[in-house]
Design a protein around this ligand. Sequence first.
Ligand code: R5P
Length: 286
Amino acid sequence: MIIGCSNSKRLAKNIARRSKQEYSELITKKFPDGETYLRFKTDVKNKDIVLINSCHPNPNDALIELLFAAQTAKESGAKKIIIVAPYIAYLRQDKRFHAGECKSNSIIAKLLSCADELITIDPHLHRIKSLNDIFKIKTKRLSANKAIADYIKKNHKNALIIGPDEESYQWAEKIAEEINSHAIILRKKRYNSRSVRIKLKQDVDFKNKDVVIVDDIISTGHTMIEPIKQLKQKGVKKITCICVHGLFVEDALERLNKLGVDVISTNIIESKVSKIDVSKLIADNL
Ligand code: R5P
């Protein structure tokens, strides 16, 4: 049975339809003090339960909902519990950069290991290689690269792919390969959450090029904005920003739109630009 949690009801319904599984939702509400109330609408006894929730917006609430639902399903006699968190929050803090800091990725992984299995899409793994370095349960790490490449193939001719930082090669190079193009990977220096510096390569001719910048996450948008400003000075024809996880915090989308670029994301996190569908990818891997 597919259960659509608060952030991912539409995606979960599509997954249920594609995988021809029963669909149900949770009843959730907030107590006056902000605590979460949760109840299954259907009896989960002896059933395989798939809980679907992306951890944005409201990452803390989304995680609590998944943890409460998984544990409640277990206590109510579910046979197997699979958490599908297409976007897992807190993975970027994967190191104690300063003494005393919380390394949130491994703590969240430990908590989500209360299920029998976890499925996610393009998790932000930087300093750790495999999900199983932090998760204690069976994990499946899917990628939206093919879906993104198909979108680019349909909507662009001869696109030049750019990865805005060193880590983005995992998306940029794979996507470029799929569309028979090549990827240019840039270098980023991050000063804080809202300040990055990225330098465009000087030996590449960007004039009249159809450029697609791809990354796993667009959060504040600064990682995209930095190269966009420089590309515009180089006389590119068109710029499109594509990401797997469109968090678009604060006014990121508006700021990107003001620069005259197209912005597209997958529907892992719903927004007005979440046009690349991942429901088949998930349904095929349940
Ligand atoms: C981190 O390096 C990620 O891959 C993204 O590049 C980053 O999260 C984007 O953040 P922002 O949009 O705030 O620059």
